[in-house]
Design a binder for this molecule. Structure first.
Ligand code: FES
Length: 106
């Protein structure tokens, strides 16, 4: 299991254990964490699972694919550490990961 901290825009933290193999988005949805809408269910086709990866974790979460980059164009307030959480696969190496949600996904 990987412990992931999801921080809502208002600062509310949710710390949950997520099974390796799931995506960071699925970890949030399965635990009813607000702030990640995931309208397309993880197909990299909606950009409503936008998160900001904590600086300390940017390298471990890797870089986004070309498809993810082009979907991120539809998200708002995109920063250098923006990712689509459905495209980050959870593994034991991500134990301790911290992501922050934007104010809105739409
Ligand atoms: Fe739709 Fe991630 S859930 S792009």
């Amino acid at each position: 299991m990987a412990k992931i901290t999801y921080i809502e825009h208002d600062g509310t933290e949710h710390v949950v254990d997520v099974k390796p193999g799931l995506s960071v988005m699925e970890g949030a949805v399965k635990n009813n964490i607000p702030g990640i809408d995931a309208d397309c269910g993880g197909a990299c086709a909606c950009a409503t699972c936008h998160v900001y990866v904590d600086e300390a974790w940017r390298e471990k979460t890797g870089s986004s694919s070309a498809m993810e980059e082009s979907m991120l164009d539809f998200a708002e307030n995109v920063e250098a550490n923006s990712r689509l959480s459905c495209q980050i696969k959870v593994s034991d190496a991500l134990d301790g990961l911290i992501v922050r949600m934007p104010e809105s996904q739409h």
